[in-house]
Design a binder for this molecule. Structure first.
Ligand SMILES: [Zn+2]
Length: 299
């Protein structure tokens, strides 16, 4: 085979792969909100405490940063959201129910949504074990929060999530708006509520994040990050768009960041028509007014 033929074959294979992936997505181009709403902002808190840090085998000093999230940070975030009448979504691993049950219960008691974030912040490769982890996490969250979770932020298989009654995942970054993902033939269709690392506190503030070297440390001035997020908010506000702000209690629960977030939220509230729903409310809105067109639709 000539070089040109080989190249043509490789390009054809790449194009076919792109078509297959594209066939799994269904975007909501005409996203519309309830009357009077210009834009929705989801505040989400990934309440990992030290679980991810433990998986990464981080040393005790760094593990204790995670503990701060469970002891102090989560409570400060709940207080902040309450003070602004914001319904937030707390994504948390099932095992956090063993470590910080009072904080998980307080989130629902204060009207916030508690959603799944995997049993112990990982999805096993073995399918049976994966199903077991998902069932365990769902059971623990149901018992501790007093309500069965309907959302997840995880790598779990969509068919397993649907079988457990989940209505959305908040994990992908393929679009600014919520969108659907299915098997390519419309089956196992699940709504994805997107977030992005550029609107994730850990990327800017988390010292020693993901076992990074000293040269890669991130301790950015809170005001600078809030200005960046304000710009993202404003750009989406003009378009009637959407923003998902991803916070971690061990990161944003620190005093100066709570203060900066308080100012950012107050600034957002100066504009009319900003809606702060939970991810569940956002998901139910999309499912009702923008249901999937492919297959049997979100079965
Ligand atoms: Zn996490």
């Amino acid at each position: 085979m000539s070089m040109t033929d080989q190249l043509s074959q490789e390009i054809a294979a790449l194009e076919a792969a792109a078509r297959d992936t594209d066939a799994c997505y269904e975007f909501i181009d005409d996203l519309a909100y309830p009357p009077g709403v210009q834009m929705a902002v989801n505040f989400t808190a990934d309440f990992d405490a030290m679980l991810l840090r433990r998986l990464l085998k981080e040393p005790p000093m760094q593990l204790s940063q995670g503990e701060f999230g469970g002891r102090v940070g989560i409570w400060r975030l709940i207080e902040l959201f309450n003070s602004h009448d914001i319904t937030a979504t707390v994504f948390t691993p099932g095992r956090i129910c063993e470590l910080y049950p009072k904080a998980v219960a307080a989130a629902t008691a204060n009207g916030h949504e508690v959603a799944d974030h995997m049993w112990e912040h990982q999805v096993p490769k073995d399918r049976q074990l994966e199903a077991d982890h998902l069932a365990r996490s769902t059971k623990a969250l149901t018992e501790t929060a007093g309500k069965r979770p309907v959302g997840t932020r995880s790598w779990h298989s969509q068919d397993l999530l649907l079988a457990e009654g989940y209505i959305y995942n908040s994990h992908g970054t393929a679009h600014h708006h919520p969108y659907y993902r299915h098997d390519g033939n419309g089956e196992n269709c699940l709504l994805n509520i997107p977030f992005h690392y550029a609107i994730d506190d850990a990327m800017f503030f988390s010292f020693a994040w993901l076992a990074s070297e000293n040269a890669a440390q991130r301790v950015t001035e809170p005001g600078r990050v809030m200005d960046m997020w304000w710009d993202a908010f404003l750009q989406q506000y003009r378009q009637g768009g959407y923003l998902n702000i991803c916070l971690h209690p061990f990161v944003s629960g620190r005093a100066m960041r709570i203060e900066a977030l308080d100012k950012l939220i107050s600034r957002m509230k100066t504009l009319p028509g900003v809606w702060f729903p939970s991810c569940e409310e956002m998901a139910r809105h999309c499912l009702e007014y923008h249901p999937p067109r492919a297959g049997e639709g979100g079965k």
